[in-house]
Design a binder for this molecule. Structure first.
Ligand SMILES: O=c1nc[nH]c2c1ncn2[C@H]1C[C@H](O)[C@@H](COP(=O)(O)OP(=O)(O)OP(=O)(O)O)O1
Ligand SMILES: [Mg+2]
Length: 449
């Protein structure tokens, strides 16, 4: 156990706040425990003399520490009139690290200057700077892409850095804070890309030496920590991609955690009537699929809503729905989407349903479409509502509208299948419409809570 109760392989709490300052093209505040660095990326239209006319860009970095970033005040380098060797070495390391993952030709003839200013130092300031610098750089470059100034993406892959050390007791540990760093026998900085390629390793013994085995152990630990850091970088960038819209209009826009095109269209139409715009996961293709491991509609809807609310740090609605057939004891139920196998095909699911109901006749083919909606937000108890619509399973598919089991779901009230109804008709009577009506009754109160 380490003096701050961490495991040997446990990094400190790392947070990355994007858009920290308003002026720079890319700005983040990154914290590794008590180490805090403000990183700002600036886009400039010129390049250093040796690149002029080459149609190649440049990425460079500057590093500095505020006087009271440390325990006792250290004089500003500006008042000393020159940079220390340590500062020079660190800022060149940051620049080299960033250039390792940027295609400078794709960047075009422009420079990006990344300023890393340590406001509080508790060990690992250069590795925190590099990890934050990548995010600030990516935000700046994403702006160039969004504005059409860049057509290709010059960023080749993610990059992060971590410090690893050997403590006096012989333990190999990750992410040393200042106390550990000052007593460590070996101190190593590892800078690595997402694909596991090394950019730089700085490893030194201090009044001590280390073995090849210890070196390998340090690199393994470094690689694992860097994977965690890259996941945190990605999360901070994802949050960023939705926040502006959600913040702009909290009351009037809602994110729905679905990748189903049919559902997305229905939600869009129904919410439009109520004056809301929607976004779905189809707008965020980089967000990984949430595995539906639950045994009930509610469990799965919760999983989808709560996971995505955590990722985006905003209000999220999720739908888990399906077909419950009485003659099949409520099957396929929560397994409706993968009834005919993991490949998820509406046609295969419908074929399997017809096969399973072969020989079952008339009223015995009764069924319900079920929808459970879960509304979730960070640090708030989720809201759960449901809606159902009764019907009868047909013997041949009919109709072109809708999705999923609609062509086989006969709605007695209309004497048509769901797929024969217009979308306006379906959106008045469907299980989803009913669940949304139930949601509307409790929505405002929950939003204010
Ligand atoms: O109005 C509907 N009309 C016809 N079929 C329907 C309907 N509503 C749900 N269903 C069926 C389709 C799918 O096979 C399953 C939902 O599974 P479910 O996991 O909730 O959705 P999904 O995986 O397609 O998308 P996602 O989880 O990203 O929301 O039930
Ligand atoms: Mg699903």
């Amino acid at each position: 156990m380490r003096h701050d109760q961490r495991q040997n392989n446990e990094i400190r709490k790392v947070s990355i706040e994007t858009d920290y300052l308003i002026h720079p093209e890319g700005s983040v505040l990154i914290s590794f425990g008590q180490t805090k660095v403000i990183v700002n990326a600036t886009i400039e239209s010129s390049v250093p003399p040796f690149l002029r006319g080459s149609e190649t860009g440049w990425v460079t970095a500057e590093y500095s520490m505020l006087p009271r970033a440390t325990n006792t005040r250290n004089r500003r380098e500006s008042s000393k009139g020159k940079l220390t060797g340590r500062t020079m070495e660190i800022q060149r390391l940051i620049g080299r690290s960033l250039r390792a993952v940027v295609d400078l030709e794709k960047l075009g003839e422009r420079s990006i200057v990344v300023d890393c200013d340590v406001i509080q130092a508790d060990g690992g300031t250069r590795t925190a700077s590099i990890t934050g610098a990548f995010v600030a750089l990516k935000i700046a470059i994403d702006k160039l892409i969004a504005s059409g100034e860049l057509t290709g993406n010059p960023i080749k892959e993610h990059l992060a850095a971590i410090s690893i050390g050997v403590l006096p007791n012989g333990e190999v540990v990750t992410d040393l804070n200042y106390v550990e760093d000052s007593s460590a026998f070996v101190d190593m900085n590892v800078i690595m890309t997402e694909s596991g390629r090394l950019v730089e390793i700085q490893g030194t013994g201090e009044e001590a030496t280390f073995t090849r085995d210890e070196l390998n152990e340090m690199l393994d630990l470094g690689e694992a920590s860097i994977k965690e850091l890259i996941a945190i970088q990605k999360k901070s960038l994802q949050k960023k991609s939705i926040q502006p819209e959600v913040k702009k209009n909290t009351q009037k826009e809602i994110l729905i955690a679905t990748q189903n095109v049919g559902k997305a269209k229905e939600f869009e139409a129904i919410f439009k009537e109520k004056g809301y715009a929607i976004k779905t996961l189809l707008d965020y293709p980089d967000v990984p699929d949430v595995e539906e491991t639950g045994k009930t509609f509610e469990e799965n809807a919760r999983l989808k809503a709560e996971t995505i609310a955590e990722v985006f740090q905003c209000v999220v609605l999720a739908d888990d729905s399906g077909l419950k057939v009485d003659a099949l004891n409520g099957q396929p139920g929560v397994y409706s989407a993968r009834y005919a196998g993991e490949r998820k095909s509406d046609a295969a699911n419908n074929a399997k349903l017809m096969h399973e109901l072969y020989g079952v006749e008339g009223d015995k083919r009764s069924a319900q479409f079920h929808c459970t909606l879960v509304l979730a937000a960070p640090n708030q108890e989720s809201l759960v509502v449901t809606g159902e619509v009764p019907g009868v399973i047909g013997t041949i598919p009919r109709g072109e509208n809708g999705f999923g089991y609609d062509p086989l779901f006969f709605v007695p009230e209309f004497d048509k299948t769901m797929a024969e109804l217009t979308s306006e008709e379906k959106n008045k009577v469907s299980h989803r419409a009913k669940a949304i009506e139930n949601l509307a009754k409790v929505f405002d109160k929950w939003m204010e809570a």
